[in-house]
Design a protein around this ligand. Sequence first.
Ligand code: NAD
Length: 247
Amino acid sequence: MGKLVALVTGSSRGIGRETVIEFAKAGVNVVINYCTHEQEALELETYIKENYDVSVFLVQADISLENEVYAMVNQVIDNFGSIDILVNNASICKDSLLLDKTGKDFRRILDVNLVGTFLCSKYVGKVMLEQGRGRIINIASSNAIDTYYPESCDYDASKAGVISLTHNLALEFAPNISVNCVCPGWVMTDMNKDLSIEQIQMEERNILLRRFAKPSEIAKVVVFLSSSKASYINDTVIKVDGGHFNG
Ligand code: NAD
């Protein structure tokens, strides 16, 4: 068998970008999916080509749109012939008071984070079932388990849905495809770029390791779950949040 192929959604920046780099380090061919940040995706493509001996393929798609997901999966298959690993990473978050959110705002978050994860899993899952092998790693959030903010109630609900979807995907795709979920806590990425120093310090007091994660600390767990070292890990939800003080 040749090199494995990993598709990481929303991978032009942040945790997705680091995940692409960690896969490349591990000798896995990578697919960078982006929605609007073409320049960052092109820069990552160049970086991978210059530094690692793997093939890289770039594909634009809004994961909330079924026709675009379908087209993305076909493009990847035309290029690589297989997809061994899917990382459902792409997501959006827009904080505002619960009472200020409209139904449209709420639905948009669900559309990207939950429906997008479903669509990518469905179309890549079909490919994996035909191949008779595959790994899916969903990125949810510790917000879906034990930290709640009304400002991100739509995001938290979408991520709780991703955890539920993980279990159903694992059940339907068994026994040749394993499906797991990673729940990061606070990570230093653009998603948190609007936090003030005071907010960051306040949040850090509730983290047992007293700091936000680096994106690579999440990416390494994703790559581990995709590797042969994790061959018996299935249908599991793993928190990677540095430990959380709930007192
Ligand atoms: P980020 O905002 O830097 O990255 C998200 C990526 O998703 C971006 O590249 C964005 O362009 C892409 N994206 C958004 N909508 C898309 C769409 N419709 N189609 C395709 N791509 C789309 O955020 P991040 O921190 O790197 O987040 C990565 C994952 O980790 C997300 O699932 C996020 O919910 C999760 N997470 C992050 C944190 C954190 O503190 N940063 C905490 C818990 C979970």
